[in-house]
Design a protein around this ligand. Structure first.
Ligand SMILES: Cc1ncc(COP(=O)(O)O)c(C=O)c1O
Length: 400
């Protein structure tokens, strides 16, 4: 008998576009950090929908907030105001450097909005020639035309040329190169505080403060892409809080809605004023349903919750470092809070074969390249679940 999953996956392949390399798993339920497939097999989920499901699956309070809001009002568009949108914006403003918020539906859209705002602000305040955006090699900012152009990785752009004019790329964590790239035409510098898709690359301490100084000297805005690092992922509400500097614009998505699609662009009032009625819009952006979900997530981001994320992050890093010593198959362990990665040594199996083996053993892991595994579990992960993950990973590393 062919398993139900296999039959339905075949049916899916007949009608879905072939733009994903999907694992042959048909997931249909989840609870906490565990998901279950259509054949009833359970998996410990260390991917969290790629750093999204921060409260885990089927969190009671999140489910209730969504259900209550769905029963009241799902969508009205931005022709009108809605209470959850106002409350979420108030929360984001109260907990960040920002004075104003624009809502959209994804990380790419948040970055698209940030690029547009920076260009409009720069043209209006510094002149029509001031439109360039400087970004970093190894970055990832999304899949729209503007955000693949901003993304400093060739593989995402191939086949989609011509790209947008007005982008420059510099090595990440290199302030000398950045100084050279910033000119009087630079509208903004757009960076991730930690490069997530690039393999959890953490710049040296002081890098963002240096970037901030260079932006201030030239008048360029600093845009931080916290789509992956924001909303508690690093054990702090926003990663920038640890750098001693604040951006002019910040983008969020992923964890913001705990799995319900929502993105946001936050800005200082002085910059946000460049967006006037008609400048930019999104039909779904900030709809009551998505904002009610995000408010339920926001309500959980207490100091206790964040300190627990840091504690579990330390346990995860310590466990991976022990595995590194024991096996000699890991070149590097790096991370902050619950965004962590390991580089596999040349003697280790490939990242793809490891995630295949761990899936067979009931653990979902994710790779950012053939030699790098990334660990972004739900933020509610327990020490016992971290230990289970480490045990399965050790077995997968060990098998021939
Ligand atoms: C830092 C960063 N920015 C932007 C994006 C794009 O987000 P989305 O896939 O929601 O458009 C991602 C997605 O991985 C990301 O990690």
């Amino acid at each position: 008998m062919v398993a139900r999953s296999a039959r339905r996956i075949k049916a899916g392949d007949a009608v879905l576009m072939g733009n994903y390399t999907r694992f042959p798993l048909l997931l249909q339920a989840g609870r906490g950090a565990t998901v279950t497939d259509a054949d009833g097999k359970s998996y410990l989920d260390f991917t969290a929908g790629i750093a999204v499901s921060s409260l885990g699956h089927a969190d009671g309070r999140l489910v209730k907030a969504i259900a209550d809001q769905a029963g009241r009002l799902i969508h009205v568009s931005n022709l009108y105001y809605n209470e959850p949108q106002i409350r979420l914006a108030e929360w984001l403003v109260a907990h960040s450097f920002a004075d104003r918020v624009f809502f959209c539906n994804s990380g790419a859209e948040a970055n698209e909005a940030a690029i547009k705002l920076a260009r409009k602000f720069a043209k209006e305040t510094r002149g029509a020639d001031c439109f360039e955006i400087v970004t970093a090699h190894g970055s990832f900012h999304g899949r729209t035309m503007a955000t693949i152009t901003a993304t400093g990785q060739e593989k995402y752009r191939q086949g989609f040329e011509p790209l947008l004019p007005g982008f420059r790329y510099v090595p990440y964590d290199d302030t000398a190169a950045l100084s050279k790239a910033i000119t009087s035409q630079t509208a903004a510098v757009l960076l991730e505080p930690i490069q997530g898709e690039g393999g959890v690359r953490i710049p040296r301490p002081g890098y963002l403060a240096e970037v901030r100084k260079r932006c201030d000297r030239s008048g360029a805005l600093l845009i931080l892409d916290e789509v992956q690092t924001g909303m508690g992922r690093t054990g702090h509400l926003f990663a920038y809080e640890q750098t001693g500097v604040a951006p002019d614009i910040l983008t969020l998505a992923k964890g913001l809605g705990g799995g319900v699609p929502i993105g946001a662009m936050l800005a200082k009032a002085s910059v946000a004023q460049a967006f006037t009625p008609g400048s930019h819009a999104s039909t779904f952006g900030g709809n009551p349903l998505a904002c009610a979900a995000a408010l339920a997530v926001a309500g959980r981001m207490t100091a206790t919750f964040l300190s627990r994320v840091r504690k579990q992050g330390e346990a995860l890093m310590a466990g991976l470092s022990r595995l590194q010593k024991k096996t000699g198959l890991i070149d590097e362990v790096r991370g902050a809070g619950l965004i962590t990665a390991i580089d596999l040594s040349p003697a280790a199996p490939t990242a793809f074969s490891i995630i295949q083996r761990t899936a067979e053993k009931g653990l979902l892991l994710n790779r950012t390249s053939e030699r790098t595994l990334r660990f972004v579990p739900p933020l509610i992960i327990t020490k016992a679940e971290i230990d289970t993950m480490l045990k399965i990973l050790a077995e997968a590393l060990d098998s021939p």
